[in-house]
Write a protein that binds this ligand. Structure first.
Ligand SMILES: Cc1ncc(COP(=O)(O)O)c(C=O)c1O
Length: 330
């Protein structure tokens, strides 16, 4: 394995983020629930993208880039954190954001993450439903190059083998915390979509030779497709670390039973999960990712698939700024 600490990185995250026990939720669910607070990574509302951006921005700096371009939905948490990181480290930032069918609309076009993107100084390219964000971004990159700029394209969700390194780092942070707090974790549960968070965590555990199960709850596709997506990125991340990609074999588990009708479209179970966490623990989840993941965790506990009395670690990947775009459903 390569020397992980020599991989270029800019320090942004307020790390280590807390690892907290959630006593009132644990009592309701019948398992011991610990929450890794990556909603508290510190960058303009926090969230999981901060850790990925530490490596992506270092790469952008090495390549001499002066402008960051990224892609997402209109209420993308990744876009908001990219805009914040760009501001902090002196890059310009262009966000290619697509509308999402089926989402509540009263505040979707001006509040939540989108409000903050503007405040953070990003230039927003708002695409209509059905417009191809990838093609738009490629044309934008060509235009910027033509104007003499040096753009750096960050893939959707910051999920590349470089971005995932942020969660390799987090895996080590978790291992240190569970060791120093003397907790035996049986499983990690998290929301998974563009795959970098789950792939990075698994790569980190494989590198540390730790066999800790990581259950991804998919928020936009079925379990089989999500598993394949994470598996591909896990293999790329292991290669990036100088490890054998075949160590990925069988490690990815993704459950596609909780995303409802699609990305960003609310489910009753998500709304209940968000309200329960707020009322029982003073904990703010989000409507698109962590709310659906927590709804999955709650249901799996109720069904007995997650064993009573087991120790579960929920990775809170952030996104609560998105609640303001979903006002009418709460
Ligand atoms: C709040 C939140 N949780 C989870 C995820 C999913 O992480 P990943 O895209 O790395 O799978 C995202 C991605 O946008 C997110 O914003």
């Amino acid at each position: 394995m390569k020397d992980f600490n020599r991989i270029p990185r800019i320090e942004i995250t307020h790390a280590p983020t807390p690892l907290e026990f959630a006593p009132r939720l644990s009592e309701e669910l019948g398992c011991n629930l610990y929450i890794k607070r990556d909603d508290c990574t510190g960058l303009a509302g926090g969230g999981n993208k901060t850790r990925k951006l530490e490596y992506l921005l270092a790469d952008a700096q090495q390549q001499g880039a002066d402008i960051l371009v990224t892609i997402g939905g209109l209420q993308s948490n990744h876009a908001r954190q990219t805009a914040a990181a760009a501001a902090k480290f002196g890059f310009d930032c262009e966000l290619v954001l697509g509308d999402v069918a089926g989402t509540p609309k009263a505040d979707y076009y001006g509040n939540g993450n989108l409000l903050l993107d503007g405040l953070l100084g990003a230039r927003i390219h708002r695409l209509e439903l059905g417009e191809d964000r990838g093609v738009y971004a490629e044309n934008l990159i060509d235009k910027l190059i033509g104007e003499g700029r040096k753009p750096y394209l960050i893939p959707i969700g910051g999920s590349s083998a470089i971005g995932s390194l942020g969660y390799v780092r987090c895996a080590n942070e978790i291992l240190q915390q569970i060791s120093s707090q003397d907790i035996a974790i049986d499983q990690i549960v998290l929301a998974t979509d563009s795959a970098g968070t789950q792939a990075g965590l698994l790569a980190g555990f494989i590198a540390a030779e730790v066999d800790l199960p990581v259950l991804g709850i998919a928020v936009s596709r079925n379990g089989k497709e999500q598993t394949q997506l994470v598996d591909v990125l896990l293999r790329q991340t292991l290669t990036q670390l100088g490890l054998d990609p075949d160590q990925a074999g069988g490690r990815v588990v993704a459950n596609g039973n909780y995303y409802g009708e699609g990305y960003g479209i609310t489910t009753e179970a998500m709304i209940i999960a968000v309200k329960r966490c707020a009322k029982l623990e003073g904990l703010l989840l989000d409507p698109v990712y962590t709310g659906k993941a927590m709804a999955g965790l709650m249901d799996l506990c109720a069904q007995g698939v997650i064993a009573a009395g087991s120790n579960q670690l929920f990775l809170h990947t952030g996104g609560s700024t998105g609640l303001f775009a979903y006002r009418e459903v709460f």
